[in-house]
Design a protein around this ligand. Structure first.
Ligand code: EPZ
Length: 419
C-alpha cells in the first residue's frame, strides 16, 4: 500500500504548470470513437482515469500510441466491438461517455454502470432520457446499460438537472444523428465547451456550448485527421490557488485559463488573498490569516463542487465561522472527519458544514475518501504542524498528474512511500 508522508508546516512559494483537464480528457477520449479516421490529442494528463479510458478503447479495437509524454495518436477507423469490458468501466465515472459515443458511431453499446468517487447517489437518468429522445432503446440490468437504435434522429431535449455528464453524452450521441438536436438547460462547464470544440475540429457542427442551449446539426461522418489540445485543468489550477492561500504562500500558476476561475478569484480576494492575472498565468499570494466566508457550490459559473474540499481546508484555519452549502453532491463532506483528526473544528450535517476556524492544524494519519478530498488533505498536511500520513492515494492518482512532484517544487516536504 502506498502513502504520502508530509511534514509541515510549509509556506508554498514558486511556480507550477497545470496539466490538461481530467474531466475534458475523459470525455474527449471516448469522443474519438465517433471519428472514422485518426486524430492526435495533446496536453493529455497522464493520470489513471485517462489510462483506463485508453485501455477500454484498445479493447474495442482502437489503435492508440503515445507519441509524447502528453500526446496520444488515436486511430478509430476500425472498431471491432461495442461492448466495453465491465470490470474496466466500473472503475471510473466517465466510462458512461462510451455509451453516447458507441451509440452514435455503431448504433449500439453495452457498458457497465459507471464507478468513480463515492459522492452519494450518482444517477444517469438524464443521459438515458436523452438517448431515448434520440430514438434509442435503453435497458439497464445486471449492472449494465444496453443501448441500441436502428437510427438516431435529432430532437429537442430538456435536461431536468444541469448535468455535465448528460450534456456531453447527449452531444456525443447526437453528432452523427439525422437532423438537428437541441439540448436545453445544458451544463456550461469549460470541459463541456472543450468537448464541443474537439468535435467541431474533427468535423462536427455544434453551436452554443458554454450557454444553456446547445444546438447540434447532425453530420454524416467525422473525418478527423486533426490535432487537438485538451483545455488546461480548471480544478487543478484552483487547487494550487487555494494551496497558496492556505499556506500563506506565493504561487504563480502557469498554463491555465484564468476566466474559468473568476468565481474562485472573487472568493479568494473576499477572504484576504491576492490574485493577479497575466495572460495564461495566475499569481496568488496571501500574507495574513484568511477571513471567514460563506460558500455555496453550484454548476459553472458558480463555485465548483470540485474545489469545495480544498476551500474547506482554507476555512478550517480562517479567522471566524464559515459555512459551506454543497449544492451538487449528497456526500461531499467526508473529508471533514479527517480534517477534524488534524485539529479542525467542523460540523457537517447533510449538505452543509460549519467551520469554526482554528489557529493551526496538526499532522495525523488520514484517509482520502475521494479525489478532491485527497487533494484537500495534501494541502492540510502541508500547512499542519508535524507529520501527516495520507492513505488511499488511488483516488488522487485518478485525477492529478505528478501531484507530489508539483508540491515538492513549491517547497513542500512530501514523499510517497510503499508500506
Ligand atoms: C462531473 O460529474 C464531474 N465528473 C465531477 O467531477 C463533478 O463533480 C460534476 O460533474 C459536477 O461538476 C466528470 O466530469 C467525469 P453531473 P457528473 O452529471 O457529470 C445529478 C471530480 O472530482 N444528476 O453534472 O457525473 C447528480 O446526481 C468529479 O473531478 C442526475 O440527477 O456530474 C448531481 O447532483 C467528481 N441525473 C448533479 O446532477 C443524471 O442523469 C450534477 O451531476 C445526471 C446527474
Amino acid at each position: 500500500m502506498e502513502k504520502l508522508i508530509i511534514n509541515g508546516p510549509t509556506r508554498l512559494v514558486g511556480d507550477v504548470t497545470i496539466s490538461g483537464a481530467k474531466n475534458a480528457a475523459v470525455a474527449i477520449i471516448p469522443a474519438t470513437l465517433l471519428i472514422d479516421g485518426t486524430c492526435t490529442l495533446e496536453n493529455v494528463p497522464n493520470i489513471s482515469d485517462v489510462k483506463i479510458s485508453i485501455s477500454i478503447l484498445e479493447k474495442l479495437g482502437v489503435k492508440i500510441k503515445w507519441i509524447g509524454p502528453n500526446t496520444v495518436h488515436i486511430d478509430t477507423t476500425n472498431i471491432s466491438s461495442s461492448r466495453a469490458p465491465l470490470d474496466m468501466t466500473s472503475k471510473f465515472r466517465a466510462s458512461y461517455y462510451m455509451l453516447g459515443a458507441l451509440l452514435g458511431r455503431l448504433g449500439n453499446a453495452e457498458v457497465g454502470l459507471p464507478g468513480g468517487c463515492n459522492l452519494g447517489a450518482r444517477p444517469i437518468d438524464q443521459h438515458i432520457k436523452g438517448f431515448e429522445a434520440l430514438g434509442a432503446k435503453v435497458n439497464v440490468s445486471q449492472g449494465k446499460v444496453l443501448a441500441e437504435a436502428s437510427s438516431l434522429v435529432g430532437t429537442s431535449i430538456y435536461l431536468d438537472t444541469v448535468s455535465v455528464g448528460a450534456t456531453i453524452n447527449v452531444m456525443l450521441a447526437a453528432v452523427l444523428a439525422d437532423g438537428t438536436t437541441t439540448i436545453d438547460n445544458a451544463a456550461k462547464e469549460p470541459h463541456v465547451v472543450d468537448v464541443a470544440n474537439f468535435l467541431n475540429t474533427m468535423g462536427a457542427d455544434i453551436h452554443g456550448a458554454g450557454t444553456d442551449m446547445i444546438k447540434i446539426n447532425g453530420v454524416k461522418s467525422l473525418k478527423g485527421g486533426a490535432t487537438y489540445s485538451v483545455v488546461p485543468d480548471q480544478i487543478e489550477a484552483g487547487t494550487f490557488m487555494l494551496a497558496a492561500v492556505a499556506s500563506k504562500g506565493d504561487i504563480t500558476i502557469h498554463n491555465c485559463v484564468p476566466e474559468h476561475l473568476d468565481c474562485l478569484t472573487a472568493k479568494i480576494e473576499e477572504i484576504g488573498g491576492h490574485v493577479e492575472i497575466n495572460g495564461d498565468s495566475i499569481h496568488v499570494w496571501c500574507d495574513s490569516r484568511p477571513s471567514k466566508a460563506i460558500i455555496k457550490t453550484q454548476p459553472y459559473p458558480g463555485f465548483p463542487t470540485d474545489l469545495q474540499p480544498q476551500m474547506g481546508v482554507v476555512l478550517s484555519v480562517a479567522d471566524g465561522t464559515s459555512i459551506i452549502n454543497e449544492g451538487i453532491w449528497e456526500s461531499r463532506f467526508q473529508y471533514t472527519a479527517e480534517l477534524n483528526k488534524m485539529g479542525a473544528n467542523i460540523t457537517a450535517q447533510g449538505k452543509s458544514a460549519v467551520f469554526e476556524g482554528t489557529d493551526f492544524l496538526s499532522g495525523a494519519p488520514v484517509y482520502a475518501s475521494d479525489l478532491r478530498a485527497g487533494a484537500a488533505l495534501i494541502i492540510a498536511g502541508i500547512i499542519a504542524n508535524g507529520e501527516t500520513q495520507l492513505y488511499n492515494l488511488q483516488h488522487i492518482d485518478r485525477g492529478y498528474e505528478n501531484i507530489e512532484a508539483k508540491f515538492r517544487n513549491l517547497g513542500a516536504d512530501i514523499t510517497r512511500v510503499t508500506e
